[in-house]
Design a binder for this molecule. Structure first.
Ligand code: ADP
Ligand code: MG
Length: 305
């Protein structure tokens, strides 16, 4: 179990994290979300032992995670960290990078392991390519494979798919998170993408200005977003009194109702249109199956289901 207890941290004088506490069980997937600058990367680095805490403690099983003033070498063998800026060896191949820290003692086992990892990150055709010739997204995939190569007990991922295009992202995300679950590797992932969270995370932490404002199952937060920051992570939303926070899909078009709005613009989203309209002098967003005319008067119904 990872236990983070009442940690405080500042770079020079600015306080970045304030009284952060949470815990996760072995094999669980925890996501950390929050606006840029809210402290996600800093929290991961503290869990990795990259900085000394101002106050508080971090414990993994029976080990206290300590910063550089207590350790000559940063990090612990049971933990791997994939930074937003990954550092690989450019002049050796993808498979050499991934196998870098694997023992040469059992060469056949090593090759089998490298092959399996290359398949997880879908880079088989680039196995013999030198890393310097890869795109940013491909490099990120090598960094992910290298991090899981030594089967850590816990892995820290900082926006792991940020350089990877949508085309590859969907299957890579499934491969990676399913691999971690299947091997009971505890995972903490900082992300901006709800798709990293909804299907894969057991728990989700919302950071705002260095504090935890929510820590729940993703489904709980999705179904009942208590603040606009949480709702905005999941999708387009409105705040309409007395109903509170409503996602765009929770407002429907009806023949007749007391909620009359004037359409400003429809945006094509593939399987639906997102419509921007004015309701009681406020902008409102809802979804329709077909495009609406600008300035058209429409009636709306709210249904939270
Ligand atoms: P996030 O990952 O959520 O975008 P960060 O943890 O990177 O947020 O940053 C949190 C705050 O700490 C920001 O205000 C950022 O400017 C500041 N910060 C991050 N790294 C450093 C650093 N090495 N030195 C000083 N301030 C930093
Ligand atoms: Mg960051």
């Amino acid at each position: 179990m990872l236990q983070v207890k009442n940690i405080f941290f500042s770079y020079q004088k600015t306080k970045v994290l304030k009284n952060i506490s949470f815990s996760i069980s072995s094999g669980e997937n925890l996501s950390i979300i929050g606006e840029s600058g809210s402290g996600k990367s800093t929290l991961l680095k503290l869990i990795y032992g990259e900085y000394d805490l101002d106050e508080g403690s971090i414990q993994w099983k029976n080990n206290s995670i300590l910063g550089p003033s207590h350790n000559l070498v940063i990090g612990y063998p049971f933990m791997k960290y994939v930074a937003q800026e990954f550092d690989l060896m450019p002049y050796i191949t993808v498979e050499e990078n991934i196998g870098k820290y694997l023992s040469n003692f059992y060469p056949e086992e090593k090759q089998k392991r490298i092959k399996e990892l290359i398949e997880v990150v879908e880079l088989t055709e680039f196995a013999k390519t030198k890393v310097q010739y890869l795109s940013g997204g491909q490099k990120q995939r090598v960094a992910l494979a290298r991090a899981i190569a030594l089967q850590p007990e816990i892995i820290l991922l900082d926006e792991p798919f940020s350089h990877i295009d949508n085309f590859k992202k969907q299957s890579l995300r499934r491969n990676l998170f399913n691999y971690l679950k299947a091997h009971s590797i505890t995972c903490i992932v900082a992300t901006h993408d709800k798709n990293d969270v909804l299907s894969f995370s057991d728990k989700m932490i919302v950071l705002s200005k260095g504090k935890i404002i929510a820590c729940e199952k993703p489904k709980t937060l999705y179904n009942n977003p208590k603040s606009p920051i949480i709702a905005s992570f999941f999708g387009e939303f409105n705040v309409i009194e007395p109903y509170g926070i409503l996602y765009a899909h929770q407002i429907q078009l009806v023949e007749c109702s007391n909620l009359k709005a004037t359409v400003k613009k429809s945006y094509y989203y593939g399987n639906y249109y997102l419509v921007e309209a004015i309701l009681n002098n406020e902008t409102v967003f809802f979804e329709t199956s077909s495009s609406l005319k600008n300035n058209q008067e429409v009636c709306l119904k709210i249904s939270k289901n």
